[in-house]
Design a protein around this ligand. Structure first.
Ligand SMILES: *C1O[C@H](CO)[C@@H](O)[C@H](O)[C@H]1NC(C)=O
Ligand SMILES: *[C@@H]1O[C@H](CO)[C@@H](O)[C@H](O)[C@H]1NC(C)=O
Ligand SMILES: *[C@@H]1O[C@H](CO)[C@@H](O)[C@H](O)[C@H]1NC(C)=O
Ligand SMILES: *[C@@H]1O[C@H](CO)[C@@H](O)[C@H](O)[C@H]1NC(C)=O
Ligand SMILES: *[C@@H]1O[C@H](CO)[C@@H](O)[C@H](O)[C@H]1NC(C)=O
Ligand SMILES: *[C@@H]1O[C@H](CO)[C@@H](O)[C@H](O)[C@H]1NC(C)=O
Ligand SMILES: *[C@@H]1O[C@H](CO)[C@@H](O)[C@H](O)[C@H]1NC(C)=O
Ligand SMILES: *[C@@H]1O[C@H](CO)[C@@H](O)[C@H](O)[C@H]1NC(C)=O
Ligand SMILES: *[C@@H]1O[C@H](CO)[C@@H](O)[C@H](O)[C@H]1NC(C)=O
Ligand SMILES: *[C@@H]1O[C@H](CO)[C@@H](O)[C@H](O)[C@H]1NC(C)=O
Ligand SMILES: *[C@@H]1O[C@H](CO)[C@@H](O)[C@H](O)[C@H]1NC(C)=O
Length: 450
């Protein structure tokens, strides 16, 4: 996908706006979750705004609440939407497995003040992606930077770049996922930039697939773009607004053929599953999410999400030469308030929630549960050949950080242009830096297991 593609499709969209009411909301969804963060600067802002603010858009199911079609007659066969759809729980209560075999669960806890943060700025780190460079684009408050995560049973040390680089000396790390995975990787590069910058040895110029080398430490890091984890292509090659085909029982080869040599793989995905998608099993169309064909079963994103993780983990377990440790970085919820994401929904808080002020619910809870369930299955399978799968539970910590998103500070405002707010990605520096506190601690635990 490139700019021309996008611009072209946007142009196309304008011309067919009037009769495109059914597809249009998802067009905008696609833009929010995937394209703005990646492509925004080179886009034609007016066209974009016209799409985003177009009155022809019918209301979108709230990305925080009414996420799924509720036609139960069609979803029965799926059996993943349980009756507890509206149950709200703290993430750790939904856990069916322990985070590690350690006594201290790193992931249940709360945010406590830390006046020493942040540990880098946009002046010391040059890899902050524009849309996450919130201070550059005028975010006025800085209190959201001054927190650290306090697990209930222990302390989580602040990321130590020297220590991290010693731990990963002679090792390699791969990120597999979408733009939130990239957000994580860029946070890691920023935190490490106190000590050293990597050499960019990427073959491509796109943001999606990058490779970095920390030569002094013989440490390599890659990111593989795989927002669905499974094989996916566009139903119409030149129109990104049409649904994607998901081949739910086949892995996306962009990562599955490349991770064998990696020591650590962090796998994640989430927001893309809410887009219009066609579901294939054994190359047979079995259903879809938000499609317009009358004879195709409407199914939920829970179906595709479960299948995708199942396939991804099964694939990892069947990679002959893979000996790495696989971390599942769990779903990080978005935080749109006072409106749905394309109707003024925003995230304007400036301090974190306390642990009891926010509970995981609706589709986020369901996604989280699916991830945990599939991780458990993968662990069992992996045991047979001594492959390790670990929980990297970002959900509880991020659930509480409605204050950490770019909101409108991912770009400059434009006259007469209404942008939707980004309450999906995370400012850098910002709360996502804690993921690397977690990562270092998980790597330490891994070493102590040996
Ligand atoms: C779900 O069902 C309720 C009650 O039948 C209905 O009011 C609502 O519009 C439906 N929602 C969707 C997304 O179909
Ligand atoms: C639900 O699906 C059934 C079977 O395809 C269909 O007849 C019915 O109209 C649908 N109901 C809604 C509310 O979409
Ligand atoms: C559907 O879910 C119920 C409750 O979890 C379970 O008992 C049943 O075995 C499931 N059925 C299928 C076909 O997976
Ligand atoms: C998690 O681990 C702790 C300590 O080993 C144990 O007491 C607890 O029962 C475990 N919980 C689950 C759900 O397995
Ligand atoms: C960094 O942020 C400041 C505001 O804190 C802004 O003035 C500056 O332009 C930004 N610099 C870069 C390189 O992003
Ligand atoms: C890192 O990449 C370089 C160049 O491809 C290679 O020579 C080296 O062996 C790699 N190191 C590790 C630890 O994978
Ligand atoms: C880049 O291309 C070279 C030569 O085609 C290949 O050997 C190398 O593995 C590629 N690196 C990545 C990160 O794809
Ligand atoms: C998508 O991939 C499938 C499986 O390889 C292929 O059969 C199909 O033709 C592709 N669709 C498009 C539009 O390229
Ligand atoms: C997949 O489909 C082919 C025919 O298209 C069939 O022969 C095969 O048995 C199917 N495999 C499974 C696992 O259903
Ligand atoms: C749906 O109907 C169309 C047109 O009647 C047909 O071409 C297509 O094969 C059907 N799809 C399925 C999954 O039955
Ligand atoms: C903004 O909209 C107003 C009223 O429609 C118009 O007069 C003005 O020229 C527009 N400004 C720009 C920069 O397009």
């Amino acid at each position: 996908m490139n700019f021309q593609d996008l611009d072209h499709s946007l142009g196309k969209l304008q011309t067919r706006k009037k009769n495109a009411t059914k597809i249009a909301p998802f067009v905008a969804l696609a833009i929010l979750f995937t394209l703005i963060p990646i492509y925004y600067p080179s886009m034609h802002p007016k066209k974009l705004s016209q799409v985003l603010s177009s009155s022809s858009l019918v209301p979108l199911p709230d990305s925080n609440t009414q996420h799924q079609s509720n036609n139960s007659s069609k979803t029965q066969q799926v059996n993943v939407t349980k009756s507890d759809d509206h149950v709200s729980v703290a993430p750790q209560e939904a856990r069916i497995i322990n985070s590690t075999d350690e006594k201290c669960d790193l992931f249940s806890g709360e945010w406590v003040e830390n006046q020493e943060a942040p540990y880098y700025t946009n002046m010391t780190c040059f890899t902050i992606q524009e849309h996450q460079n919130c201070m550059k684009y005028g975010r006025p408050d800085t209190d959201f930077l001054k927190w650290k995560w306090k697990p209930d049973g222990c302390e989580l040390p602040i990321f130590d770049a020297h220590q991290f680089l010693e731990f990963v000396r002679g090792k390699s790390l791969a990120f597999v996922g979408d733009s939130v995975a990239r957000n994580h990787m860029q946070s890691l590069i920023c935190l490490l930039s106190k000590v050293v910058y990597p050499i960019d040895v990427s073959n491509s110029t796109d943001q999606e697939n990058r490779r970095w080398e920390y030569r002094d430490y013989n440490f390599n890091m890659s990111i593989f773009w795989a927002p669905y984890l499974v094989k996916a292509n566009k139903t119409e090659p030149n129109n990104i607004y049409q649904p994607f085909n998901l081949y739910l029982d086949e892995p996306d080869e962009s990562w599955s053929t490349k991770i064998q040599d990696f020591d650590y793989v962090i796998i994640s995905s989430g927001h893309w599953f809410s887009r219009p998608t066609m579901f294939y099993l054994n190359h047979t169309l079995v259903g879809c999410l938000f499609c317009t064909q009358p004879n195709v079963s409407q199914m939920t994103s829970f179906f595709s999400y479960q299948k995708a993780f199942h396939t991804a983990f099964q694939t990892i377990n069947s990679l002959k030469n893979y000996k790495g440790v696989t971390f599942l970085r769990t779903f990080a919820p978005s935080h749109f308030e006072d409106g749905v994401w394309d109707k003024g929904g925003d995230c304007v808080r400036t301090t974190p929630f306390k642990r009891n002020e926010k509970v995981l619910d609706d589709y986020s809870l369901e996604f989280y549960k699916i991830q945990l369930q599939e991780l458990m299955v993968a662990k069992k399978q992996g045991k047979m050949r001594n492959l390790k799968f670990r929980l990297f539970d970002a959900t509880q910590a991020m659930l509480l950080r409605a204050d950490g998103h770019p909101s409108k500070y991912g770009h400059w405002p434009k006259p007469n242009v209404t942008f939707s707010n980004d309450c999906v990605h995370w400012c850098l520096p910002g709360p996502i830096d804690v993921w690397n506190d977690f990562l270092l601690e998980l790597l330490k635990r891994e070493e102590s297991h040996r």
